[in-house]
Design a protein around this ligand. Structure first.
Ligand code: AMP
Length: 368
């Protein structure tokens, strides 16, 4: 295990595995370009080690140049890409092969392709040492890649975490074992959102409320908001497909969180399974599911009160509230067994003062 700034990383790929992958790409490109002299264009900074080893493994005459783009800040892909070092000049009529260290969402790639669109190159190919096929947007064909890897945050062999780790000969992955991921479970009005606000500060967690994300989208008139509105207005659940995708993108926006509080998700068996699979793909998992229990009459009184203050229409109508309880009883309550089987289910009395309930939740969390 190594430490870079505030994070810990564990070994992921050895020097030998990396070198084999580099040689694999060099062999394949060499077979395709034996009869001409291609220009390899490395993408700085991350690809400098790859380019160096690649060229040593490339057996035919070739040229090399570099471009420099900048899109990552810390662990987060900001989507802002800047050109810091521009194209080589003599590329007209030539075959250009981009050498990237890693392809993840494909945003940097889009900018790269854009850079080459108004040039008269003969051919433009993309080679990447690592390729995260699970999250790649698929816009362009990746012509050559060394290794397909899961969606882990990796450092080493040119790749950095806040500029550290580039000099490592091996690849390391972020160690997620210290994370706390909680699912807050309970009927509407049980106090999930209220408690999440306290827990998130206490344990430095990122709070994701799917209901809040939907309401934010509705307020801003997004496509997602328009789609969700008709369901939410009736007190029905939004379809799994939509909700799961949204949840995943909220998690992806916070790669350096110390953990997550999932509030209002999962609400169906399909969502629970999707969450487990998604977290597993990131070497994460749900640590505990905590249910806040309260009876329907208390909840209805709370929701009607909340509806007056927030203006939420689904909180102001007893029929809609009852429909949400029905949705909960038929689709969400069965998840209790799902988490019990994994020994992750905990139940907490949700009636009392806010502070008392926080205290009860804290006791459960401090067990692990
Ligand atoms: P909440 O704020 O958690 O009570 O959610 C308000 C409404 O948003 C729900 O009644 C659903 O229509 C929708 N919603 C929130 N989370 C989910 C979810 N996990 N699955 C489906 N629909 C959801």
């Amino acid at each position: 295990m190594i430490q870079l700034h505030d994070k810990f990383f564990k070994p992921f790929l050895s020097e030998k595995e990396i070198q084999q992958a580099v040689k694999g790409i060099a062999d394949r490109i060499a077979a395709d370009y034996a009869d001409e002299t291609p220009i390899f264009v490395g993408v700085l900074n991350g690809s400098f080690m790859f380019v160096s080893d690649f060229l040593k493994a490339y057996p035919h005459p070739c040229e090399v140049s570099f471009v420099k783009l900048s899109s990552y800040q810390g662990l987060t892909s900001t989507g802002i890409v800047e050109t810091l070092l521009d194209l080589p000049e003599n590329i007209e009529g030539r075959s250009v092969i981009i050498l990237e260290d890693i392809i993840d969402t494909g945003r940097t790639l889009q900018e790269l392709v854009h850079l080459f669109t108004n040039t008269n190159v003969k051919e433009f190919k993309i080679a990447s040492l690592f390729y995260k096929s699970e999250i790649y947007n698929g816009e362009y064909t990746i012509d050559y890649f060394g290794l397909e890897i899961p969606d882990r945050f990796i450092v080493g062999y040119g790749l950095d975490y806040k500029e550290l780790g580039r000099n490592l000969k091996e690849i390391y992955q972020l160690n997620q074992k210290h994370m706390i991921n909680l699912v807050l479970f309970g009927k509407p009005g049980a106090g999930k959102g209220t408690q999440a606000e306290f827990l998130k500060d206490k344990y430095n967690l990122k709070h994701i409320s799917t209901g809040d994300v939907f309401r934010y989208n509705i307020k801003n008139g997004t496509e997602l908001g328009t789609l969700a509105k008709s369901y939410i207005d009736k007190g029905d659940l939004v379809p799994d497909e939509v909700t799961i995708k949204m949840l995943e993108s909220e998690v992806d926006k916070n790669p350096d969180a110390d953990g997550f509080i999932f509030d209002g998700f999962p609400r169906t068996a399909a969502q629970a399974e999707a969450l487990d699979n998604f977290l597993e793909s990131k070497d994460m998992n749900v640590n505990a599911t905590i249910a806040l229990e309260a009876n329907d009459e208390v909840l209805i009184a709370r929701l009607l009160e909340r509806g007056k203050i927030s203006g939420r229409t689904d909180d102001q109508d007893v029929d809609k509230i009852r429909n949400r309880f029905d949705e909960y009883n038929t689709k969400t309550a069965p998840l209790k067994e799902y988490y019990e089987e994994q020994h992750k289910f905990h139940s907490v009395n949700g009636i009392g003062s806010i502070a008392e309930i926080t205290e009860r939740l804290t006791k459960v969390i401090e067990q692990f």
